[in-house]
Structures are given as C-alpha cells and as structure tokens.
Design a protein around this ligand. Structure first.
Ligand SMILES: [Zn+2]
Length: 1029
C-alpha cells in the first residue's frame, strides 16, 4: 500500500471567518459538482490509496431528556447493555462503543460476576471501547470547567477501579456546538483524539472543501503544540444512519436495518434486508456514499457510525444491523480486486490509528465552534443560542452545588486526613461514612452537566427531576461541610452543632436566610474561606435586634452596618404590587470579614443595650415613610439623579428609573457612560424555544420596554459598610446596586448587582435581557463592527466579532463567568455567577440574557415550550478599569476581575453555631496563601476500589492567565514563571508523604515531586497532583 502524503505545513486557523448564507442552503446539502468531481478523481486512485471503512455500532443515550434518567434506564438502557453482552458474545467480530458512565455504573452494580467477566473480556479484545469515559456527554457552552472536569474524574476513576481501563478517545456528537475547553480537559486527562458533530453549516462546508474534517485542535495560548488533540468532525448534519453514511440522506436511509414489529419509521419502511439478489447493487451504492465521505479526508479512511438515539434496545436490532452489514462487508472484502476497499467493524481507536498511520500532518485550528446553526429542518439558518440562557433557575442552582461541592471536597480532605493522622477513630468513622453521600452529590452534579440538562432542553417533568437531585446535593454538601468543620474545630468526641444559614424548603423555593440564634444575646457565626487567598468577604446575617456588635476571632469589635429587612404586604387596593414595610423583628447585619487563605474563623454577633448606634443605616425612600417606631433615620429620595460614592469611584443612577447611568473613576476623573436598560425580545413562535433563539424582528419595535408598566419604588440604604440603591418594579424585578466602603479593599473597585426576576404568569414569547450601553469605542472606525469578549467555560476568553448578517440570534454567545468590551484606554467587564447568553451586537454595548419564556416548541425534538419560569436570583460585578499601553497576546481578564469573579463563584460558606464548644476560633489549613494567579480548583479525596476514601487526594491547580494591559489595583502578588507555591508552603497539621504528578483525571501517573516548592504550572494551564499521606 502506498502511503498518502499530505501538506507539510500546518495552517493555524481561527474559526472567525465571515459567515454568509451560501446558495446551497435551500437544498440543505453542501455536496455539489466540485465535491462530486473530487470524489470521482479520488475513486480512480483507490488502487493506490484503498478505501478503508470502519463500521462502528453505537447508541446515543441521553441521561435524561424526554424521560428522566431512571426512566430511560429502565425502559431502554439496561436492555441495550444486556443485549450487548449476548450479541458481542455471539458475533465475534462485532464492536460497540459506550460513553456515559452514569448509566454504565448503574447497570454494573447489579451485574452478575460472570457477565462482568465477559465485559472485561470484550474490552481486552478491543471490541468494546469506552469513549470519553466521563459521567455524561457534557454540554460545552453553559458548563463551568470545574464541573466538566469533575464528571470526567468521576467517570475515569470509576472505569479504572471497576474495569481497569483508561479511555483513549473522546466522543461528543450531540452537544450543540463545540468549544476548546472539552478537548483541552480530555487531552490533559490523557486522551489523544476527539470527535465532534454539531457545528455551523458553513464550517461544515469549509472543512469539507479543505479536506480538514480531521484537524489538530490547539489552545490559543499554546505555541508548542502541547495541547494538540486530533479531532474528527463528522462532515454531515447529524449522527443517525440516514445522515451519516454519506452526503445523501435519501440513500443512507436505506441502510438502517432496524425493523421492529409495531414501529413505523421511514427507515423501517425503506430499508430492504440484504440478500443474494440485491447484495451487489446495495454494496455498490453504499460504497459510493462511503467513498464520497472519504473523499472529504486526505487519508481515505471513513468512520461510519451505525446507530442513533437509544438504539439496540431490542435484540432483533443487533441481529438486523450486524447480519446485514456483515454480508455487505464480506461481499466487498471478497471482491477486493474490484472495489479496492477494506471494510470491517471497529471502534473509535481503530479509526484514529488507521488515520494516524496514513496521515502525519493535519490542519491546525485554534478557537471554538459557537454558535451552532443547523439548516436541516427548514432550509434556513436556525441558531442554537437560546439554550445559553434557558431555565436560568437551574443554571444558577448547579453553580451553587458546584461551589458547595468544591468547598466540601477541600474541607473533607483536610478533616478526614487530620482525623486519621491524629488517630481520632471517632471522627474517622463518621467522616468515612459520609464519603458515599459525598459521591452521590458529585454524581448528581455530574449528571446535570449533560447536554440536555444544564442546557434546559429537557421536558418539564425531567427538569424537575434534575432539580430535586441538585437540591439533594445541596443538602448533602451542607451536611458534610457541617461535619467536617465540626471535626476540625471541636474537642475529641464532642460535636459542634452547625447549621447552614440558608434554608430552602423545596426545589423552586427562593432560599431564605435563617435568623441567628441570639439566646444569651450572643450568636456565633463560623466562616469558611475555601479560597487559598486572603479574602475580604461581605457577610450578611439576620438578627432580631438592631442593637448588636460584631467581633472578629481575636475579639476585636469590627465595623458593621444594620440594614432593614423589608416585607412586601399585598393589600386589596394594590394586590398586584404590594406595599413595602419594615420588618419589626428582622434586621440585617452587614460586615466585611478579613479571612485568611483556606481557613475557618469564628465571628460573634453580640446583643447590646438599646442605645444610639452609628451602625444603623440611613434609609431614603420615595414611597410612604413608615412612621411607626423604626430605628432607621428615614428621608425622602431627593429629586434628580442619585449618586453613590466610595474611595475609588462615583456611580450615578437615573433618578426616574433608579438604574445605573455612569461610573466616574477617581484615579483619572474620567466618566464612562454605562446606562443600564432592561428589555425583552418577542420570540418568533416555533422558532424560538428551549434550544433556538429567534427574536421577532418583524415588529416595529426592536424590543419591548418591559419595565414600563410596572409600579416602581426606589430605596437607598447607606451606612459605614455599604451604600445600596434598590429598585422594585412591581412583581417583575427587584434590583440592587451596591458600592462598598473599605479603604484599600478590592471590593471598592466594582459595583455589585443582584436582582430577582420573575417572568412567570402573564408573560409569553418573552426573552428578557439587560444591556449596558457605554461610550466605549469597541471598534476601530465608525464603520467597523463592534468587538466583544466572552469567556468560555470560565477557563479562557475568546474575541467575538459581530457578524451583522447572522442577526442578533447568530451573535449571541455563551458566557459562564465574564464578558467585556474595551477601547484604547478603558475596559468594561460584566462578571456573572452562572451561564447566560450574551452579545456585543450594539456598539459600546454588553447585553446579557436573563430569562426566556416561550409557549411553543422549536422543533428540535423536545416537544414543549418553556413555561416553568421561577423567580431567579442573579448576581454580577461590574468593573471599569483603566488600560495601560501594552498588548496581550491573547485576551484575558484582569487580575482584579479574576479575584472578584472568584468571590462570586466560590463565596465564603457561613454556618451558624447552634451549640457546642468551639476549640479554635481561627484555624488555618495552609501555612501561606497561593500566589494570586494560582487557583486551587479542587482537593478531592479519591476512592479506593471499594468506594471508600483512600489515602490519596487529587489536587488540581490552575495558573490563570491575566491581562497585562490593565492598570493593576492589586499589589504584586503573582509570581513569575511557572512557580505555584511560595517557598516552604505546607498544609497545617497534615503530613503529605508524596506528591505525584498525574494526568487531570488521575489515570496517568508521572514523576514524584519532593515538595510543593517544586510544583510547576505554566500560565493558562491546569495540572493535577496526587497527594499521598
Ligand atoms: Zn443527546
């Protein structure tokens, strides 16, 4: 066989080329005479470069979508896997791949040992391959990299301890668009290949034309190719047999041989079984399609997926697909002289090793493939940018679970090791017992990263099932946090009774803050900072009296502020809007805690005799003033604009709307307009839904002023800790803007925004956004399109240029932590706490989608609109920064934004101490902070083969990249080069005997490292280490 030589020079391509609507769009097929000519030429050369076909049976199983995870398992998945054992045993050359360990591990639990042996045998024979090996096939747009990685670790660790296998290739065929973070995590976990499917139709055509559907995917910062992963992109629409054997679905549909009595499908009616009479014709037609597919690649190898959603649940299908394809393959192989083809069943690894043996050099691509657009339903572009925002309540909750889980993993690792090393059997026993529930909390979080879960694209009852599972995880993580903290702070054999300060009765309820117990007029509040950096955290607790003092762990009285707690009373006259009253028995104590890196600290809120108290806030209100006996100084809001001010800036608000207008930085005296607008797009019926976004541009207004008919009330509350403007817009929106007063703190450098938005009830075809309109010139010339920057999975930043032709829907991108715009002298950043859709469609504008409510389905299979909206809390930081004249090679957040983002994503945990003696008022778990450009992503105790905690923990570190062209307001705290710990850093009270460098999911161990001093992580990268005790 003559090896095919291809281009020697790697092209570096960034997928940001112009998108236009090509002429072939109506026919929904890019295959034209140029492609056909190229195929024919290639076909003439098959003697020199034979066609190689790999037939790969697979079943795409969603861990929840139209049915719940458990329902799918019972109805389909267990049958697929049971049949798999019988059929792989019966047909000795049959292959199969499996991706979702969530399903597989559930099935394995009840599997007879004899069958377990068979599974291991199929794996050894390389006939059963685990692709990805992650808990689920994650969404790649709305997930944060913490959870993406966590569910890879969960799956990989399971595979290693139960089957003894390490995955080699990843399989991501149904996620709605593809980003660079999933391949990065897979590559860093030791996988060398990946597969993608759903990308924008013009990209599909472009890659096909360039014969570049197998390409090297490289990270944007990587100049050496360390992150390179070989990616195979399926060239046609979707992974069903009809859409994947070649460019012509009307031919391919005849090769889906599933025929089940009582099932009426297109393929069931069209596909004729292979027999002696038709085999030649059927084989030759199919070969043509395979040949066409292969002509899109330089190597002439074609990967043919044989399957679809939940296939092979019936034993007959296994027989039908196998027997028919086996006959075709045997016939083609027997006539090798005629067909010059080698065809067999195989796995994903078989495909990639064939490709690598035939082709040595590939096109290199950097960047991502968002936004996905298909054309196959209507022959017009349909942008999948709705799901970036769909069901925000769930999107917020998963991040809450994520923060809790990260916090507990770290604390648990310290607590259980401390208990073992100090010989405390009492605590060891209790903590070991909790490990199983901790695992289930991880697995629920992992499950929710599935591409129909966090995306919000499952049916309403399935979303509710996910919600319950998330709530369970919140409760578990709170409970284990309480136990771990109690074990670290109490005397041997004694419990400290800790409770979380937040209560959520059931899924869908807004969280309620519990009032601190002031019996004995002293309440104890325990704070846990899981960030390995010093943290200034704004703490809020609810008390029954406004007359209190706050003491830090040293007993020093610190500055605090007493705010009112409002109750909304609906009277008959104002039943829709209600009236605001001061709560008589509840007050909010606000203070800023100075917390050490990775530490626990006990603060006290102490009741005082009623007296004059400077901490009590002043309240400005434009409604009725409350003349009853309230402790607050009350005043009417003055006419005109409102201004809040601290040492760093002045923030102006529109006196009529109460919404932000501008920020003046005191460093330069320069004012930047940043006017906040709330609006709503009207959805196009049936084209905007859980997946798709399509605003109705036929209406004369580009958007609806959704606040216009709401009853409005502005309240300003100001005191020594913070000043706050709150605006109520009826029952629709409550928004507050806060500036903090703490000289020298980073808290003074941003505006904190929180709001509750509720579009349940009367709203329909409504997609609500907030837009900041600034005077920042994020374009080179007036005629240029604006540029904005969006994070991807909270891991890196990607530049997004406006493509006017694609409409607003084609210019919406996913954000999970940040978006910003900038010009030569300023940068305006919006930090977010959960996934949103976001766009920089308008010059000087950053727009963030908040919630969506659509009555109708958008025709992508889910079959429902989205009407289960809930009152949802969103949190943001707004950061305005001065730039200095240097240039970053790739876009990055500033160090300040990174720090504020950390505070948003991983807030300090607050526990109320109900009872028991706290032996240590302050406990530091680490002797020094980490440099401020190093994040501790996780420190997670690994399980041993019996699924109990082992003597090993996986430490994952992230050396963030930060922008050098932003004036830093933070002291120099990053270290140069790749250093990751300050010298002689140690864990407090825990002896670490070995530090072993390993792959991200802990499957491929590398070299031993002497101490933390020697740990090296290059900027932008994640690295993992096994700590052995
Ligand atoms: Zn799917």
């Amino acid at each position: 066989m003559k090896l095919f030589l291809c281009c020697k020079v790697n092209m570096i391509l960034r997928p940001s080329g112009k998108r236009s609507f090509p002429a072939w769009i109506k026919s929904r097929e890019f295959w034209d005479s140029t492609f056909e000519e190229r195929y024919k030429k290639r076909r003439d050369n098959w003697k020199n470069l034979p066609l190689k076909v790999i037939l790969m049976p697979h079943s795409h199983v969603d861990p929840g979508w139209l049915k719940t995870f458990d329902r799918y398992y019972e109805d389909s998945v267990k049958h697929i896997l049971n049949n798999m054992i019988d059929k792989l045993d019966a047909y000795k050359d049959l292959t199969f791949i499996w991706t979702e360990i969530s399903f597989f591990s559930k099935w394995w639990k009840d599997l007879h040992p004899r069958k377990r042996k068979l599974v291991k045998k199929f794996v050894r024979e390389a006939r059963l391959e685990f692709t990805s090996g992650s808990w689920v096939m994650t969404d790649e747009a709305t997930t944060h990299f913490y959870s993406m990685l966590d569910q890879i670790i969960e799956g990989h660790q399971w595979l290693k301890s139960n089957i003894g296998v390490t995955p080699k290739s990843s399989w991501s065929i149904d996620t709605f668009g593809h980003g660079p973070v999933a391949p990065y995590l897979m590559r860093s976990s030791g996988l060398n290949n990946t597969v993608t499917q759903r990308m924008h139709y013009t990209w599909k055509q472009w890659l096909a034309a360039k014969q570049a559907d197998d390409f090297i995917w490289r990270q944007t910062w990587d100049s050496h190719g360390d992150s390179d992963i070989l990616c195979h992109n399926f060239p046609f629409d979707i992974y069903s047999i009809k859409h994947s054997c070649g460019p012509h679905p009307n031919i391919c549909v005849n090769y889906d041989f599933r025929k089940i009595r009582g099932e009426f499908t297109e393929y069931g009616m069209k596909a004729e079984p292979v027999d002696k009479m038709n085999i030649k014709e059927k084989a030759e037609i199919l070969l043509e399609e395979y040949g066409r597919s292969a002509s899109l690649f330089q190597h002439n190898v074609v990967l043919v997926p044989i399957g679809d959603d939940f296939r092979y649940d019936k034993a007959e299908e296994w027989d039908q697909q196998y027997i028919n394809y086996k006959q075709l393959a045997d016939y083609i192989n027997k006539n090798r002289d005629v067909y010059n083809t080698d065809i067999s069943f195989g796995t994903l690894s078989d495909y990639f090793s064939s490709v690598r043996s035939r082709q040595k050099s590939f096109t290199t691509i950097q960047g991502d493939f968002f936004v996905y657009s298909d054309i196959f339903t209507d022959g017009i572009p349909a942008y999948w940018s709705g799901y970036f925002t769909t069901r925000p309540y769930w999107k917020a909750m998963t991040r809450e679970v994520e923060a809790n889980l990260r916090a507990v993993e770290i604390l648990y690792s310290f607590a259980s090791q401390r208990a073992r090393q100090t010989g405390s059997h009492f605590w060891s026993r209790i903590l070991d017992k909790e490990y199983t529930s901790l695992s289930s909390a991880r697995q629920n979080l992992g499950l929710f990263q599935h591409h129909d879960a966090i995306t919000g694209t499952s049916k309403e009852n399935v979303m509710l099932d996910y919600g319950q599972k998330l709530l369970t995880s919140l409760k578990i993580t709170d409970n284990v946090l309480n136990i771990a903290a109690s074990s670290l702070l109490s005397r041997e054999g004694q419990f400290i009774d800790l409770t979380s300060d937040i209560e959520r009765q059931s899924f869908g309820d807004s969280p309620v803050r519990i009032r601190v117990n002031e019996q004995g007029r002293k309440a104890r509040v325990l704070l846990y900072n899981s960030d390995p950096h010093f943290r200034e955290e704004v703490i809020k607790v609810k008390t029954s009296s406004p007359y209190v003092l706050v003491k830090d762990p040293t007993g020093t009285v610190i500055t605090h502020q007493i705010n009112p707690v409002w109750t909304l009373v609906n009277d008959n006259a104002h039943s829709e809007h209600g009236e605001l009253f001061y709560s008589k028995n509840n007050f909010e104590v606000v203070f800023i805690a100075n917390l050490d890196p990775l530490s626990l600290a006990l603060y006290e809120v102490i009741g005082q005799a009623e007296s004059s108290n400077t901490a009590i806030a002043t309240v400005y209100k434009n409604g009725k003033l409350d003349n009853r006996n309230v402790p607050f100084d009350q005043q009417k809001v003055k006419e005109g604009d409102i201004q809040l001010e601290n040492n760093k800036m002045k923030v102006r608000f529109d006196g009529r709307s109460g919404l932000m207008r501008s920020i003046t930085l005191k460093s330069t005296g320069r004012t930047t307009e940043c006017q906040l607008v709330f609006g709503a797009y009207q959805s196009t019926q049936f084209r905007s839904g859980s997946y798709l976004f399509k605003p109705d541009v036929s209406t004369d207004k580009p958007y609806i002023d959704i606040l216009n008919d709401q009853k409005k009330e502005i309240i300003i509350v100001t005191g020594p800790v913070q000043s706050e403007v709150t605006v109520l817009y009826g029952s629709l929106l409550i928004i507050s803007f806060v500036v903090y007063h703490k000289p020298g703190s980073i808290l003074e450098s941003g505006v904190h925004i929180e709001h509750f938005l509720d579009i349940s009830g009367k709203y329909r075809e409504t997609e609500v956004f907030m837009r900041f309109l600034t005077d920042i010139q994020n374009y080179k010339q007036k005629s240029d399109n604006p540029v904005f920057f969006a994070d991807i999975n909270g891991f890196q930043i990607i530049e997004r240029k406006k493509h006017a032709q694609a409409g607003i829907e084609g210019n919406y991108y996913p954000i999970t932590s940040a978006a910003y715009i900038e010009d030569s002298s300023r940068r305006f950043t919006v930090l977010v706490s959960r996934a949103h859709g976001s766009t920089g469609f308008y010059k000087g504008g950053v727009e963030v989608m908040l919630d969506r409510r659509m009555m109708y389905d958008d025709g992508r299979g889910m079959g429902e609109g989205v009407v289960d909206n809930k009152n949802t809390l969103s949190k943001f930081w707004i950061v305005l920064e001065d730039k200095v004249q240097t240039k970053d090679e790739i876009p990055k957040l500033s160090l300040l934004s990174h720090r504020l983002s950390n505070a948003l994503l991983y807030p300090t945990k607050l526990f109320l101490v109900e009872d028991g003696e706290v032996a240590h008022k302050r406990l530091n778990l680490i002797t020094k902070p980490l440099p401020c450009d190093v994040n501790m992503v996780n420190l997670k105790t690994l399980a041993d083969e019996y699924e109990v905690p082992s003597q090993e923990a996986l430490l994952v570190l992230h050396k963030i990249g930060y922008s050098c062209n932003i004036e830093s307001v933070i002291d120099k705290c990053a270290v140069n080069n790749n250093e990751t710990f300050y010298s002689s850093t140690e864990f407090n009270g825990i002896y670490v005997s070995e530090i072993l460098k390993t792959s991200l999911s802990g499957l491929h161990d590398n070299e031993l490292i002497k101490s933390f001093d020697k740990v090296q992580v290059p900027p932008m990268e994640l690295r993992a280490y096994k700590l052995r005790y």
